[in-house]
Design a protein around this ligand. Structure first.
Ligand SMILES: Cc1ncc(COP(=O)(O)O)c(C=O)c1O
Length: 458
């Protein structure tokens, strides 16, 4: 049923479905980046997935380097996860009342991270939205700081200079920030909503110091991706032996603002805890999602108990959800986390190191200027101009050639490798990416590098 070298004649069913989808759903997709707008061509409609592979409706087998944008750390359709989910579903799918699974999931998250209490929600967006309300409720302050190119979900106040799909669609979202005041990154986000959002450049310590010096006593929290992964992968930098996250935690403490680390993408993926496992920086509040939902809509936020105790029903900051802590989703997440052993992380790390070096070698051989960056096992490739040796921030990420990426992407797809359909996203691996899957990626690279070389000149 499978072929390993799809070409344009093998997306007939996907194309028909996409045409139909566009009549019933804006753009034919339920999340913009899936539409392939920045790379062109037909989005593949997926029929099933197993281990490291996706199977599309035309019968193509594709090595999956998205892993559902992060969640599938164990690979697709892991038998123990599927078994636990089927068992949980057989007992009913939602009760709107407390269950054992959600207590166990909260305890597992607390065991792996520095948070003392968590609240379960349904999406990363909901987690960051709720954490902002909590931070503002606790501090009695209004302003928040975020970084350009960081994406925290489609929360109004955070849709300013956002990464991920927002960056993908416009290669810049039309928002700007001058003198720290953010303008909205989407029609429908009011100027009032982002008026309290201060947008700074990632890894720019002078900018952070200046913002705190100007607005220090008004800042409720600073929210950052624990390692930026939504403008491509941009790790927190070191200066004089002090990591960017350490610097941020310290300056927040100095001004009485809360330090919020968004580990929705990195949490339970880079290490058993996430970026926290790499730099050990203790945030006041954290957000989680993706891996901890095991492929189901589940996310969480958490932090110091004294802060979390401000949430209803104990405290006055209101937050709620009909499906929050859903028993099937909580079971999927709990089972996934319990199976995410040190061996899983060691395997994903090894696979990531191998692919990074193979990508570099192929692009070097083809003479394509590029930078490969990683945060733990999460990595991405920037087709930046000759002479650019690192990408510390969104402005530099935007110098990359999206034409080169487009050519690279389609060549890989034609060879049966499913990369993110955007130059502004990380590449995700899983414990199921065995030598056979990785070999297929590696053997596709020379042609894709040659395509990128040609594409960059267009
Ligand atoms: C760092 C980060 N925060 C928040 C979100 C939003 O999560 P969701 O898409 O589940 O709303 C994402 C999504 O990619 C993310 O990468």
């Amino acid at each position: 049923m499978t072929t390993t070298t799809p070409d344009t004649s093998t997306d007939v069913r996907s194309a028909a479905l996409f045409a139909r989808a566009q009549t019933v759903t804006p753009g034919g997709v339920n999340s913009p980046v899936r539409a392939f707008l920045s790379v062109g061509g037909t989005p593949r409609f997926i029929a099933s997935a197993k281990g490291p592979y996706l199977y599309d409706v035309d019968g193509n087998e594709l090595v999956d380097l998205i892993c559902s944008w992060g969640p599938m750390l164990l690979g697709h359709a892991h038998p123990e996860v599927i078994g636990a989910v089927a068992d949980a579903a057989s007992h009913g799918t939602s009760y709107g009342a407390p269950t054992v699974a959600e207590v166990e999931l909260a305890a597992e998250i607390i065991d792996r991270t520095p948070v003392e209490q968590v609240r379960l929600v349904n999406s990363g967006t909901e987690a960051t939205m709720s954490v902002l309300r909590l931070a503002r409720g606790v501090t009695g302050r209004d302003k928040i700081i975020k970084f350009a190119g960081c994406y925290h979900g489609h929360v109004d106040a955070l849709l300013a200079a956002a990464g991920s799909g927002v960056a993908t669609l416009a290669a810049g979202d039309g928002s700007s920030f001058t003198g720290h005041v953010a303008t909205p990154g989407s029609p429908g986000v009011t100027a009032a909503t982002t008026a309290d959002t201060i947008v700074l450049d990632y890894n720019d310590r002078a900018g952070v110091r200046q913002a705190f010096a100007t607005y220090g006593d008004q800042i409720a929290c600073l929210v950052t991706e624990a390692a930026a992964g939504n403008m491509g992968v941009v790790p927190p930098g070191e200066e004089d032996g002090v990591g960017f996250n350490t610097f941020l935690a310290e300056i927040c403490a100095q001004y009485g603002a809360l330090f919020v680390s968004d580990e929705v993408m990195t949490g339970f993926r880079l290490t058993r805890s996430g970026q926290y496992g790499l730099d050990g920086v203790q945030p006041d509040l954290m957000t989680f999602g993706k891996v901890m939902g095991g492929g189901f809509p589940a996310a969480a936020f958490g932090g110091r108990a004294d802060l979390m105790q401000h949430l209803a029903p104990v405290g006055g900051v209101y937050q709620a959800g009909t499906l929050s802590g859903n028993p099937v989703a909580a079971t999927a997440g709990l089972t996934t986390l319990r199976l995410a052993t040190p061996e899983v992380y060691a395997h994903v790390d090894r696979a990531s190191v191998r692919l990074q070096s193979e990508v570099r070698a192929a692009l070097d051989a083809a003479g394509v200027p590029h930078v490969v960056q990683h945060a733990g096992n999460l990595f991405s490739v920037f087709f930046v101009p000759e002479g650019v040796t690192s990408v510390p921030d969104y402005a530099t990420a935007q110098t990359q050639s999206t034409a080169a990426y487009r050519a690279f992407f389609h060549s890989m797809l034609d060879s049966g490798v499913y990369l993110p359909p955007s130059a502004f996203e990380g590449w995700f691996l899983s414990a199921a990416h065995d030598d056979a899957a990785l070999d297929r990626v590696v053997s596709a690279l020379p042609a894709a590098a040659a395509a990128a070389a040609a594409g960059a000149e267009l």
